[in-house]
Design a protein around this ligand. Structure first.
Ligand SMILES: [Zn+2]
Length: 243
């Protein structure tokens, strides 16, 4: 059995917990394998197309035909390390192609981005911290604990990129919280990309898997028009995923 069939043969979280990043040292795991991991961890949901089934309402108020809660997979430390190692492989290739030095800092966001970014930092043996959500405005990310030197290279890592809003908020928060200019590396990493935007500040976003999900305002939502209920994935995950 080769390494690539091992993931797709997994039938339970117990099977996934036997995976080690070491066994994928020279393999890229495929988007199908990432999806299989997420589905076994109950971390991925997409709408069936049947309007009798509910669909998701996002924090922005928009309707969505899919939702990813990647932390449900990242809570298993071996899977977090596997995703982190695979992202570091992508980053290494990009840095080699563009003649870039490795990062001095890896940064993530509060909260789900913190675990994965920490694991990526471990592969570089570099410094790591994550921003803190503004207590009154969760769209703002604050950087308050450390200063980053003006010659230090900073790499953004997120577990999920939906609108690129979080990556931008992390960069803004770090710039605002740092006394000197901050040098971000000219790319960012995410495990799951479900955005229409492929860049942040003209820097490419490298990902393990991309998923197409339809997001729209409620007034234009075909599922709402057909009578499908809108449920928040944060509070109604079971009803949404097992209608
Ligand atoms: Zn809707």
């Amino acid at each position: 059995m080769n390494h690539r069939t091992t993931i797709l043969d997994a039938q339970s979280i117990a099977d996934l917990r036997e995976l080690s990043y070491v066994n994928f040292g020279d393999h890229d795991i495929s988007p199908e394998e990432v999806r299989h991991i997420l589905e076994l961890c109950d971390a991925a949901w997409t709408h069936s197309g049947d309007p009798k089934h509910p669909h998701a309402v996002l924090r922005s108020g928009q309707c969505s035909t899919g939702f990813f809660d990647v932390l449900r997979a990242l809570r298993f430390t071996n899977l977090c390390r596997l995703f982190a190692h695979q992202l570091a492989r992508k980053a290494n290739r990009f840095m080699a192609q563009h003649g870039l030095q490795p990062p001095d800092w890896v940064v993530g966001s509060d909260h789900a981005g913190a675990a994965l970014s920490h694991s990526v930092a471990e592969f570089y043996g570099c410094e790591h911290d994550f921003t803190r959500k503004h207590p009154e405005d969760p769209k703002q990310q604050l950087w308050e604990r450390f200063q980053i030197g003006p010659t230090q290279r900073v790499l953004n890592v997120e577990e999920l990129v939906t609108t690129t809003g979080t990556v931008k908020a992390v960069r803004k928060g770090i710039r605002d919280g740092n006394l000197t200019e901050v040098m971000f590396m000219p790319f960012a990493l995410t495990a799951v990309h479900r955005s229409d935007e492929e860049t942040v500040e003209d820097h490419p976003i490298l990902f393990l898997a991309h998923f197409d999900v339809k997001t729209c305002d409620q007034a234009e939502c075909e599922l709402c028009a057909a009578g499908s209920k809108r449920l928040s994935p944060k509070t109604h995950w079971l009803e949404l995923t097992q209608p």
